[in-house]
Design a protein around this ligand. Structure first.
Ligand code: GLC
Length: 540
């Protein structure tokens, strides 16, 4: 299948490059950076939502699905972006937020004004369930003064759509076709495994009610319908579903080609290994054996059942992986390459989040006043209400906030990291002097390492297509795996720690070809010593 040798780069448009000085990134900024992206070698760029939105959840609260938010530019500029990207060999992937709309969307406004037809677009009932919103608090809010409640799994301004209503489905499919007609080559479907809600919703205190609305069989059915009505017609289109709180069994079903649902799925289990008892707003070191277990389970199961993973370390909802998994004081560069290898040489499609290719870090903000994200502000309040001191609560927000990833892209060592001539909507990170694209391209080696990984995926079918199995799975500090394709084998070893360690290397690999290595002049031998954060891939 055509998408397996592709690499996708995620852009948070608000923070990429501001060309008009309003402090907010724009489409013209992305257009300007296409040569940079081509140099990197990526096949597609995924843009976070660029539609009109009150920005209560940074664009994931959409008030009009088929227009461009003027803050980012015009529809003409967007069309030019698609066209020019195509000329650079880069496709554009859009974010489709089809589980909910902003309460400012005309559908919700009409419903509120009493229009029965539009009330059927939402999930409105007299008796709310006990579900908890993913952004904290009750998942139901009063629907005007009707005495009824509407469901909002996310913010109170993000009303869940009623996919049971065929008219809603058709409206949403029209949206997908609208963007296909503009030349969009990829879709990222936001929390798409939450669209299937039962006719009668039940209380469930387990996991805040998630089992009642997550991965319901009907969600698969709706996705299949969407495939048939929209992107299924164009085999070139790549689709990825963001799966909240999902299982490998479901992700196999979402992605097996013969089921005609999606090309691939994002899951988040591997990014919860530094949560204490599953809770995000805690501060504990990452659990390596759990991380490895998850990679092996997902890798093996997807491989054996012909499913397909989307792999990523970073996105706009996650603090920077370097800060979570690497001793960045001492090994930022080695660690960045090691993390990159662990997913780019894996079975599945690798995603790069803007700034990752230059080894960007969390911003190290010094006060709550620097944070903008609604989830972080709510969390801080909840933590202090629960009895954490302000200092403790701040330390947790500082390490977990989504704003860690949303700070402006660091282009140069100039004012505001070359991102804007105005006042940035979110402060620039504290490391921009040393960590920026200009310096990286001049004297760094992380960007070049990403270029190489992308080239290798295209050159070696074993990387794009090979099967996956665990290697050295009992090892205390190494995440290893073997890819196999036709007569070839590729072993990939990743030391996740700042200490040297020994791995036993089977004889067959000793004369292999080293495809990548983040250290120099490595000699292969059977009691093979890996340096701190060393990554190496050997092909036979
Ligand atoms: C997804 C998005 C996140 C957003 C949420 C609600 O998880 O990635 O940014 O807040 O959905 O749309």
């Amino acid at each position: 299948m055509s998408f397996k040798d592709k690499v996708i780069y995620q852009i948070y448009p608000k923070s990429y490059l501001d060309t008009d000085g309003d402090g907010i990134g724009d489409l013209a900024g992305i257009l300007k950076k296409l040569p940079y992206l081509k140099l990197l070698g990526v096949d597609m760029i995924w843009l976070n939502p660029v539609y009109p939105s009150p920005q209560r959840d940074n664009g994931y609260d959409i008030s009009n699905y088929t227009a461009i938010n003027p803050v980012f530019g015009t529809m003409e500029e967007f069309e030019r972006l698609i066209q020019t990207a195509e000329e650079h060999g880069i496709g554009v992937m859009l974010d489709m937020v089809l589980n909910h709309v902003s309460i400012e969307h005309e559908w919700f406004q009409k419903a509120l004004a009493g229009d029965k037809r539009y009330q059927e677009y939402f999930i409105i009932q007299e008796d709310p369930t006990d579900w908890v919103s993913k952004f904290g608090g009750n998942a139901w809010a009063p629907f005007g003064d009707t005495g009824k409640y509407y469901l909002h799994l996310f913010d109170v301004t993000q009303a869940d759509l009623n996919w049971r209503n065929p008219e809603v489905r058709e409206e949403l499919f029209k949206v997908v076709r609208f963007w296909m007609d503009k030349g969009i080559k990829g879709f990222r479907f936001d929390v798409i495994n939450l669209i299937g809600k039962d006719e009668v919703l039940k209380n469930n205190s387990v996991n805040d009610g998630k089992p009642e609305y997550t991965d319901r069989p009907i969600a698969h059915e709706y996705i299949r319908m969407m495939n048939e009505a929209t992107y299924g017609a164009d085999p070139e289109i790549i689709t990825v579903g963001e799966m909240s709180f999902t299982t490998v069994e479901n992700c196999i079903l979402y992605t097996q080609p013969e089921r005609h649902e999606l090309s691939m799925t994002f899951n988040f289990h591997h990014l919860k290994v530094d949560y204490e008892e599953g809770k995000k707003w805690t501060n504990v070191p990452f659990n390596f054996s759990e991380l490895k277990r998850l990679f092996h389970t997902w890798g093996t199961q997807m491989s054996e059942n012909n499913g397909w993973n989307a792999w990523f370390w970073n996105n706009h909802d996650q603090p920077r992986a370097l800060n979570r998994f690497v001793d960045v004081e001492n090994y930022r560069i080695e660690g960045a390459k090691m993390l990159a290898s662990a997913i780019h040489l894996n079975r599945g499609t690798p995603y790069i989040y803007m700034g990752e290719e230059i080894g960007m870090l969390d911003p190290d903000f010094e006060s709550m006043a620097d944070y903008v994200d609604v989830e972080s502000l709510n969390a801080y309040q909840e933590l202090t209400q629960k009895g954490y001191s302000e200092k403790e609560a701040f330390a947790i927000v500082q390490s977990k906030s989504r704003d860690n990833a949303r700070t402006p892209m660091q282009w140069t060592h100039e004012v505001n990291a070359g991102f804007t001539k105005g006042i940035p909507w979110l402060a620039v990170g504290n490391h921009a002097q040393e960590i920026n694209a200009a310096t990286e391209l001049e004297e760094g080696s992380i960007f070049a390492y990403y270029q190489k990984l992308i080239r290798l995926r295209k050159k070696y079918p074993i990387i794009a297509e090979g099967s996956y199995r665990a290697f050295a799975s009992e090892h205390e500090s190494v995440y290893g795996f073997i890819r196999e394709h036709e007569e070839q084998k590729l072993v990939v070893l990743n030391n996740f720690f700042a200490e040297e360690t020994i791995v036993h290397l089977p004889d067959e690999f000793l004369t292999g070809e080293i495809l990548v290595d983040n250290y120099r002049a490595t000699q292969l031998n059977s009691e093979f010593k890996l340096q701190p954060y060393q990554t190496i891939a050997i092909l036979i």
